[in-house]
Design a protein around this ligand. Structure first.
Ligand SMILES: Nc1nc2c(ncn2[C@@H]2O[C@H](COP(=O)(O)OP(=O)(O)OP(=O)(O)O)[C@@H](O)[C@H]2O)c(=O)[nH]1
Length: 395
């Protein structure tokens, strides 16, 4: 499907920048337009692929291009104040050619955390196309203020978008490695997973169209109904069939190769196991899949390694696991690809212990911050006033 992507804040900008690169390399046709919005000038300068005239600096009069320093209330305020400048960049997007908007942001900081929900609300008011969010949760080692920001932003963002796709940095941290160091790899993972998902339904001219190919309306219908979504992914390398599959020998022998049945069974089994691995492995937002309201299964790879039976079996299995009656599924044929990938979008998930944990830590952080603020006020009073109150201030 064709998206207008808007990256808000540093993480959002970097991820959208990477999406543009992914799209260009694979000719995937997902990113119809890309915009970056930030209150920090340096972050915008660091981007490589988003066109310069599509990078919007907001809040200049308030923060002079230096960012909001993890103050997401300020982030929300300046987004509201400068929404016309953001709209200016969006005005140059041929919106009639996009299927949806995707607002991408890290939820732990200030600019994106506060600004992304404001932008989503604005877009929904103006356009009829769906507005999705891609929200990135901070690592649990990032500290109280990031957790508090994320919990408040999450709550607001979910309400303002048609669906919030979530990626949890914490679940993707490698052991012994700080989240900071691993961002490049993490961003690669984000773009890869969501790239395959959104790339489905965007068949390019001249590309093969399988009978059960996923259409972008199936992605939209899976996301419709709102709430929170998570994505599972698994892949397996395959030998691209040499181009003589339909070549001279096979044509001379009538087309069918003798081991075709065996191949079909093998392909079906591979798909079934990929579906299980994708659903039971690491999700972008770890959660219980039972109770997910809707799901979409996409099998991407060379057409000769995809088959309807495998997808049907996978779909049934997901129905059993989630208890959902709305499980869609289909192919995303990529001729010449060297792997088969199974992607599962689980939409409307509600059993998410990670969010409950985040909220708990956020409430503690909020209480602590308030306590420390009060204490520090009284400590300062004690410091600056002499014990017997004998001194008088000048004015
Ligand atoms: N996945 C991923 N997460 C990131 C990246 N950079 C930052 N983050 C996460 O995003 C959160 C918010 O950080 P930023 O996006 O840098 O913040 P900002 O929106 O620019 O806001 P301020 O810097 O406070 O003005 C952090 O807590 C990290 O968890 C990145 O490149 N990839």
């Amino acid at each position: 499907m064709k998206l207008a992507m808007i990256g808000f804040g540093q993480a959002g900008g970097k991820v959208v920048d990477k999406f543009v690169e992914y799209d260009r390399e694979r000719n995937a046709g997902i990113v119809r337009a890309a915009v970056a919005v930030n209150s920090a000038k340096a972050d915008l300068l660091g981007l490589k692929n988003i066109p310069k005239d599509q990078r919007v600096l907001i809040g200049q009069s308030r923060v002079k291009g230096h960012g909001v320093g993890a103050d997401n209330e300020l982030g929300a305020e300046i987004a509201e104040e400068d929404i016309d400048e953001v709209q200016g960049a969006i005005d140059s997007i041929p919106v009639h050619e996009v299927d949806a908007f995707l607002v991408v942001s890290g939820l732990g900081g200030g600019t994106g955390s506060g600004g992304a929900p404001v932008l989503a609300k604005h877009l929904k008011r103006i356009y009829t196309e769906p507005v999705y969010g891609l929200g990135i949760l901070p690592g649990s080692d990032e500290g109280g203020i990031y957790t508090l920001n994320a919990a408040r932003s999450f709550q607001t963002f979910v309400r303002e978008v048609d669906n919030l796709l979530v990626f949890d940095n914490d679940a993707w941290r490698k052991t012994g490695e700080s989240v900071q160091g691993g961002y490049d790899e993490i961003n690669e993972e984000i773009v890869n997973r969501f790239g395959v998902l959104f790339g489905a339904g965007e068949v390019q001219d001249g590309q093969e169209v399988a009978e059960s190919v996923v259409d972008s309306s199936e992605i939209i219908n899976t996301l419709a109904g709102g709430g929170v979504s998570t994505v599972g992914y698994a892949s397996e390398g395959v030998e691209p069939r040499k181009n003589n599959g339909g070549g001279l020998l096979s044509r001379l022998t009538g087309g069918d190769e003798p081991d075709d049945n065996l191949d079909t069974a093998h392909t079906t089994n591979r798909i079934t196991s990929l579906v299980r691995k994708a659903a039971l492995g690491r999700l972008t937002l770890p959660c219980e899949i039972e109770g997910a309201e809707r799901a979409l299964l996409v099998l991407a790879g060379p057409p000769e390694h995809l088959n309807r039976k495998g997808i049907e079996r996978g779909r049934k299995w997901i129905e059993e696991q989630t208890g959902s009656m709305e499980v869609r599924g289909g192919d995303y044929p990529i001729p010449g690809a060297e792997k088969v990938a199974g992607v599962i979008l689980l939409s409307g998930v509600t059993n998410v212990p990670r969010i409950k944990e985040l909220q708990q830590v956020a409430i503690e952080a909020q209480d602590n911050i308030e306590e420390i603020r009060q204490e520090s006020d009284s400590n300062l009073e004690t410091l600056i006033n002499d014990d017997e109150d004998e001194l008088e201030s000048l004015f």
